[in-house]
Design a protein around this ligand. Structure first.
Ligand SMILES: [Zn+2]
Length: 248
């Protein structure tokens, strides 16, 4: 298919124009006009680009692309090497950040909830990024931490009481530790995100709400897979997901 048709197809699914984001959504680097194979991944690292080159992909689809607000805009250092690799091999880079977190079916928060067996009841907060719902059956916070670790294949960190009973939860994939106070305001028993900050510890203890840091990469690897599968299904092209481990 043509690259512009692919971009239009994904834009139609994720509607990036509805979001105020920290990076451009959609086509970030333009490669060859014809797309037969797409490699999907969480982050457009050099390792992912090298994998895309080895697999003879025409485009890369990611959650974390380039050109973030506040970063140096110049094409120097690792950014030069990455963009050079893409352009030399005619590989396009398509990146979708917040639209892929928020999408009600294919997004990181929706797919994370499905993976963990949670029942979503709503989306609130900044651009609908804070999700809330309930566990299929009450657990204590220690059991919930273990369940998350098992399902995501990575040890999660629990702040707060192990024995805290949990039935209502709020979550936001990635680096959303700043949403903890807002989650507490929703009256939930536990908040789950990817990353953690020092102050989350005190807030968890003093409010008696469990905080679970399950990994930025580990909580954001399902959205781009679901999107890739949908794109392959709709357009009849080959989309291969490549999971490159990241301990954070
Ligand atoms: Zn992220």
């Amino acid at each position: 298919m043509q690259l512009r048709e692919l971009v239009a197809s994904i834009d139609g699914i994720l509607e990036p124009w509805r979001f105020k984001d920290y990076a451009p959504n959609g086509l970030q680097v333009e490669g060859r006009a014809e797309v037969r194979k797409v490699v999907a991944g969480v982050t457009a690292s050099q390792a992912l680009i090298d994998e895309a080159v080895a697999r003879q992909a025409d485009a890369i689809l990611v959650h974390h692309g380039y050109f973030w607000k506040g970063e140096d805009a110049c094409l120097t250092g690792i950014k030069r090497r990455r963009v050079k690799s893409l352009l030399e091999h005619g590989i396009s880079l398509l990146a979708y950040h917040l639209p892929l977190d928020a999408h009600p079916e294919l997004g990181n928060n929706a797919t994370l909830a499905r993976r963990l067996g949670w029942v979503a009841s709503g989306q609130t907060g900044e651009q609908g990024l804070l999700w809330h719902g309930s566990l299929p059956a009450p657990q204590d916070a220690g059991q919930l931490r273990k369940h998350i670790s098992d399902r995501l294949g990575r040890e999660a960190l629990l702040l707060g009481r192990e024995g805290k009973p949990v039935s209502r939860v709020a979550w936001c994939s990635g680096g959303a530790q700043g949403f903890f106070a807002e989650a507490i305001g929703l009256g939930v028993d536990a908040f789950i995100t990817g990353e953690v900050s020092e102050q989350n510890y005190h807030m968890a203890l003093e409010c008696d709400v469990a905080f679970i840091a399950a990994g930025h990469h580990a909580t954001e690897r399902y959205g781009v897979q679901a999107l890739g599968a949908e794109v392959a299904n709709i357009n009849g092209i080959n989309v291969e997901f490549v999971d490159l481990a990241n301990p954070v």
